[in-house]
Design a protein around this ligand. Structure first.
Ligand code: MN
Length: 198
């Protein structure tokens, strides 16, 4: 099995692709020189934001219950979830009842990112940084820009990550992107409009 196939094993085991319109993966190649990121607003049993960074040919994923902040003093809990295929970055729509993650998915923000983890002048591959439990990066999204860090705390099943905005020119303590910019960057639709298929 290729590495990408092995990485997507958990993703595929959880889903019935005859039932859900989510991508089964394995078709997309990395698009450009810069890796991509996507943040999907997901109304499942609870509302959360799925934060995904391209690394090792897949989207490394975390569920962030409260969504990202632009305030560097705010630490947002990020719970690691299974790797998703690259094609998932363009997925917006409804996951049918009875399927894993049943509910509505909106592409809340997407773009590219720049890895800012270096060992001397040598860039550390993002997948390696994630394995090591600490990655820093610059987002070039439509809503989010500038530096962020994801840091693992705890070990094994207790492992939790924290998503924190870096203190740079894009930081803004008076702004809440989750509240101020709720709609899809792909289609301009609200979560309700996506749910109703408008
Ligand atoms: Mn989710």
């Amino acid at each position: 099995m290729s590495e990408e196939k092995e990485l997507l094993k958990r993703y595929r085991e959880k889903r019935d692709f005859k039932q859900t319109s989510e991508p089964s993966g394995g078709k997309a190649e990395s698009a450009g020189q810069r890796p991509i990121f996507v943040i999907q607003k997901h109304q499942a049993s609870t509302l959360h934001f799925d934060f995904r960074l391209e690394a090792d040919g897949v989207l490394k994923s975390w569920a962030v219950p409260k969504g990202p902040s632009t305030d560097p003093s705010v630490k947002r809990l990020a719970i690691p979830t299974e790797d998703h295929p690259l094609e998932y970055a363009g997925f917006e729509g409804n996951i049918p009842d009875g399927q894993y993650g049943a509910g509505t998915v909106e592409v809340w923000d997407t773009g590219t990112y720049r890895n800012t983890k270096f060992d001397g002048d040598q860039e550390i591959p993002p997948g390696k940084s994630i394995e090591d439990g600490h990655i820093t990066f610059q987002l070039e999204g439509k809503k989010l820009k500038g530096g962020y860090a994801l840091t693992r705390t705890g070990r094994g099943k207790e492992a939790r990550w924290l998503l924190v905005k870096m203190n740079d020119t894009e930081a803004n303590i008076e702004y809440d992107p989750v509240k101020e910019q709720p709609d899809s960057v792909l289609t301009g639709r609200s979560l309700e409009e996506i749910r109703e298929g408008k």
